[in-house]
Design a protein around this ligand. Sequence first.
Ligand code: F6P
Length: 319
Amino acid sequence: MKRIGVLTSGGDAPGMNAAIRAVVRKGIYHGLEVYGIYQGYAGLIEGKMEKLELGSVGDIIHRGGTMLYSARCEAFKTEEGRKQAIEQLKKHEIDALVVIGGDGSFRGALKLCEEGFPAVGVPGTIDNDIPGTDFTIGFDTALNTIIDAIDKIRDTATSHERTFIIEVMGRDAGDLALWSGLAGGAESILIPESPQDIDQIIERIEQGRARGKRHSIIIVAEGVSTAGDVARRLKEKASIETRVTVLGHIQRGGQPTAFDRVLASRLGAKAVDLLLNGESGKMVGIRNNQIVVNDIRDVLTDRHNVEESLVQLARELSI
Ligand code: F6P
């Protein structure tokens, strides 16, 4: 093993730069050459790559986004696309690849492995929806961005005695909604993993009002519904007036938190260790603060679950 490549793929996540930095510096520390591949698998197919030096990844640990750019690539799902990608890797004499991204990116990495090219995965997505790791890179930062927004909305919700509905990202997973709702003191948290019907939400708002609560915050995971739709149903069924905030891509940006920087550094470095040990088809993760290694195949077949005890806790504390 002389030369490895690194790419970021799928939705960007704060902390990806710290992971790239760790891969590059750990690789160089162990005498490897590290190539940065631009625009994910799309750039790989087109051969958009260059050698990164120690200084290439200086001054990025604190920056959101990804210096390698990212893309969602349809062409890589085809055999022809992957053939071109492998040709590019061979042409540039790259021996193995580190893929930083989410499950779509790992599906691509596994295909590469099956076609004989060594690759390992580093979980980077704000959604925290990857089995085999307690946390993904970017989740903590996105969570803090949401909390900042909830705290601000709470000020105006209190002043005007209003019900606010805040829609957060997470794709099909409820982690961002659950953790932000818990940390932000939301009255109701709607997540795909624990469905509630509109009557339960109405009952909660009405019970709160009966006890003198004059405002409420409802967090809706995008995997459940839109905030606009929840607002419409509350109005139609119970004449409850609300205001809606959709946080959108704000959740994907910003300086990574210290937690995400450290996590990204640990996971990126471990990915290089795996390649140096001749491993392939693995994804690094963190479990109980220990760095762990999973088979990508298991990651792709297992189901991610929200922490059930947190669902119960949120229910108990939001009465
Ligand atoms: O996977 C990260 C994520 O931000 C999801 O939370 C969201 O559903 C999706 O990406 C949005 O994707 P795009 O940026 O392509 O609109």
